[in-house]
Design a protein around this ligand. Structure first.
Ligand code: FAD
Length: 528
C-alpha cells in the first residue's frame, strides 16, 4: 500500500488544489492521508494567537473539508496540533515504508518557508520521499520564480505589478492576461490507508491529534465557540465560499463590470449593516476555501461580456494589489518590522498608550464611525477596506499617534482574513510610511459627511445605529459628531454624551495638527 500524505495548508478546498490533483493522478499512489496542522507558531500553544471568530471560522472550514472528504471517499481529515516537523516525523514513524510521497502548498512567510525546508530535509534524509510544495496555489504568480527573474524590481505601484503580469503571462486579443487554467476537483478521489489506526498514529506524535469532532469539543470546552449566531456573519467552508462567489460575482456581471473600489461604501449596504458593499470574499481567499485564481477567472468572464472598470479600481485591480503585496512580503527583508525594512520609514511614533489603545480596540473612542467599525470587527471579524482606512489612519498619523504595529496586531487577532503579507502591507500603506503610501498629510476626517471619500451612509446612518446602539435615536445631522448636539437634542435622543456614550478621546483637529508636525519632523530627521 503506497500512501500519499496530503497536507491541506493554504488550500482548504477540493477545487483548484494542485496537491490533491497530483496525489490523485499518481498511479503509484493507492491511498491518501489528508491532514491539517494547527501550528503553534501560527495559532499559539493554547490558540491564543487567534481571536474567537477566527477559530470558529477555521473550524467551520475544516469541518466542511472533512465532510466533503468523508462523503466522497470516507476519508476523514486528521488534525495535528503541534509543530509541522513533528507531525511529519510522527507520520513517517507510523507509516514507515508505506509513506510514498508528501504534497502541500508553498508558503511565502519566513516561518512557513523554514517549516517547508525542515520537512523537505526530514523526508529526503534516508528515505528520499518525494516532497512537493506547490507554487502559485495561494497566489496567481509563482512568487519564487517571479522574484528570481533577472532585473526583478520591487513593484511599488499598479503600473509596476501590471508590468510584471505582462512579462509573466501572455495577453490575448481582447487584452486579458492568460492566467493558467483552474484545476477542477479530481473526478476520483483516493481512499484512506486501509489499516490506518488513529490511536497508534497519535502515540507517535509529540502533540495532539484530532478529528473535527474532537476539535469542536475542545474548542467548546475552551469557550471559543460561544459567539452568537448573529456574530457568525461569515460562516466557513468551501461550499459557502462558492455560494458567495456565485451570488456576488458569477451571477452579477453588471456589479463586477461597474465595480470601482473607491466608490464602494465603508458602511456596508444600506439594507444590511453586516453585508459588505464589496464582495466579502477575503475570509475565504485567505483561509484557502476559495481559489484566488477562480475569483480572477469569474471576474474575467464578466469583463468579457462588455465594457468594464479597470485597475486599480476594478476587481482585477484589487487582486493585482494582493499579488503586489505578496511579492513585496517575500522580497523585502523585515516586512513586518519598521527597522531595516526598505519599505518603511522609521517614524518616531508615540509611547504605547493603553488607554488610547483599549478605547480604539473596544470601539469607545467617542468617534461613532471609528467605534462602529471597531465593534463590527470585534463582533464579526470583518471590516470594509475604507473602514480599515479610517480606523488605521485614526490610530496612527491622524489622531492617536500610536505605532502601526500595535494596530496591526489587533487586526491580526481579530480579522477572519488576517494575512501576514497583506495586513503588514496595508498598515505600512495607511500609516504613511511606505513608498506606496498616500501622502502622509492627507488625513481622513473621522467625523465624515456625505461628501467624504470614506463613502459613509450619511442619509440614514443605519450602520452607526446598528453598531453603536447608544446613538440609535440620534438625529442624523449630529450622529457622526454627537458631542456637538445641543443638550436638548441629546436628551430627546436618550443619550447624553459623556454619560451614555463617551466624549471624544481627543480633540481631533488639534491632535491632527500636532501629529502632522511630528511626522514632518521625524521625516526631516531621517533625511538629515
Ligand atoms: C489596515 C488594513 C489592513 C488590512 N489587512 C488585510 C488582511 O489581513 N488580509 C486581507 O486579505 N486584506 C487586508 N486588507 C485589505 C482589504 O481591506 C481587504 O482585502 C478587503 O477589505 C476585503 O474585502 P473584500 O473581499 O470584500 O474585497 P474586494 O474589494 O471584494 O476585493 C476582492 C479581493 O481582492 C483582495 N484585496 C482587495 N483589496 C486589497 C488590498 N488592499 N490588499 C490586498 N488584497 C486586497 C482581497 O483578497 C479581496 O477579497 C487590509 C486593509 C487595510 C487598510
Amino acid at each position: 500500500m503506497k500512501t500519499a500524505v496530503l497536507w491541506f495548508r493554504k488550500c482548504l478546498r477540493l477545487d483548484d488544489n494542485p496537491s490533491l490533483v497530483q496525489a490523485c493522478e499518481d498511479s503509484n499512489v493507492d491511498s491518501i492521508l489528508p491532514i491539517f496542522i494547527l501550528d503553534p507558531g501560527i495559532v499559539g500553544e493554547g490558540f491564543e494567537k487567534y481571536g474567537k471568530n477566527r477559530l470558529r471560522f477555521l473550524l467551520e472550514n475544516l469541518e466542511d473539508l472533512d465532510q466533503q472528504l468523508q462523503a466522497k471517499v470516507s476519508n476523514p481529515l486528521h488534525i495535528f496540533h503541534g509543530s509541522p516537523s513533528n507531525a511529519v516525523v510522527g507520520l513517517q514513524n507510523y507509516l514507515k515504508d508505506r509513506m510514498y510521497s508528501f504534497h502541500s502548498e508553498y508558503c511565502s512567510e519566513p516561518h512557513g518557508r523554514s517549516i517547508s525546508q525542515s520537512i523537505q530535509d526530514t523526508l529526503s534524509i534516508d528515505k528520499d520521499i518525494p516532497c512537493h510544495f506547490h507554487p502559485a496555489s495561494h497566489t496567481i504568480l509563482d512568487l519564487e520564480k517571479t522574484i528570481s527573474v533577472d532585473g526583478f524590481k520591487n513593484p511599488k505601484s499598479m503600473k509596476d505589478i501590471q508590468k510584471i503580469f505582462s512579462s509573466t503571462f501572455s495577453i490575448d486579443q481582447d487584452g486579458f492576461f492568460q492566467i493558467p487554467e483552474i484545476s477542477p476537483e479530481p473526478k476520483v478521489l483516493k481512499p484512506p490507508p486501509s489499516d490506518f489506526n488513529f490511536q497508534s498514529c497519535a502515540q507517535l506524535f509529540k502533540g495532539d491529534l484530532h478529528t473535527c469532532s474532537s476539535l469542536r469539543i475542545k474548542f467548546s470546552k475552551l469557550k471559543f465557540l460561544d459567539t452568537t449566531d448573529e456574530n457568525c456573519y461569515f460562516k466557513g467552508g468551501e461550499s459557502i465560499a462558492r455560494e458567495r462567489l456565485k451570488e456576488k460575482v458569477s451571477t452579477r456581471h453588471d456589479y463586477v463590470n461597474t465595480f470601482k473600489k473607491p466608490k464602494t461604501s465603508s458602511t456596508n449596504i444600506p439594507s444590511n449593516p453586516r453585508e459588505p458593499s464589496t464582495t466579502g470574499l477575503s475570509p475565504y481567499i485567505t483561509i484557502g476555501s476559495l481559489s484566488v485564481r477562480r475569483l480572477w477567472k469569474e471576474v474575467e468572464k464578466a469583463n468579457r461580456t462588455g465594457p468594464h472598470s479597470t485597475p486599480p479600481e476594478s476587481l482585477h485591480g484589487q487582486l493585482l494589489f494582493r499579488e503586489m503585496f505578496y511579492l513585496l512580503s517575500r522580497s523585502v527583508e523585515n516586512w513586518d518590522q519598521d527597522q531595516n525594512n526598505s519599505m518603511c520609514k522609521e517614524i518616531k511614533w508615540g509611547e504605547h498608550d493603553d488607554i488610547k489603545m483599549t478605547a480604539w480596540e473596544d470601539g469607545k473612542t467617542g468617534f461613532p464611525l471609528i467605534d462602529a467599525l471597531m465593534r463590527q470587527l470585534k463582533s464579526t471579524g470583518w471590516m470594509h477596506h475604507l473602514g480599515r482606512h479610517a480606523v488605521s489612519c485614526f490610530l496612527t498619523r491622524g489622531q492617536l499617534w500610536q505605532h502601526w504595529k500595535s494596530g496591526r496586531d489587533i487586526f491580526d487577532h481579530k480579522l477572519l482574513d488576517s494575512d501576514w503579507a497583506l495586513n503588514n502591507a496595508n498598515w505600512l500603506w495607511l500609516s504613511g510610511v511606505a513608498p506606496f503610501s498616500m501622502p502622509y498629510f492627507r488625513l481622513y476626517n473621522p467625523c465624515p459627511d456625505g461628501k467624504s471619500s470614506l463613502n459613509v451612509d450619511a442619509e440614514t446612518a443605519g450602520f452607526i445605529r446598528h453598531w453603536v446602539p447608544e446613538l440609535e435615536n440620534f438625529p442624523v445631522k449630529y450622529i457622526y459628531e454627537p458631542h456637538l448636539a445641543p443638550l436638548g437634542i441629546q436628551e430627546s435622543a436618550g443619550c447624553i454624551i459623556g454619560k451614555d456614550y463617551p466624549l471624544p478621546i481627543v480633540n481631533r483637529k488639534e491632535v491632527a495638527k500636532e501629529n502632522l508636525a511630528s511626522f514632518k519632523t521625524s521625516l526631516a530627521q531621517l533625511s538629515a
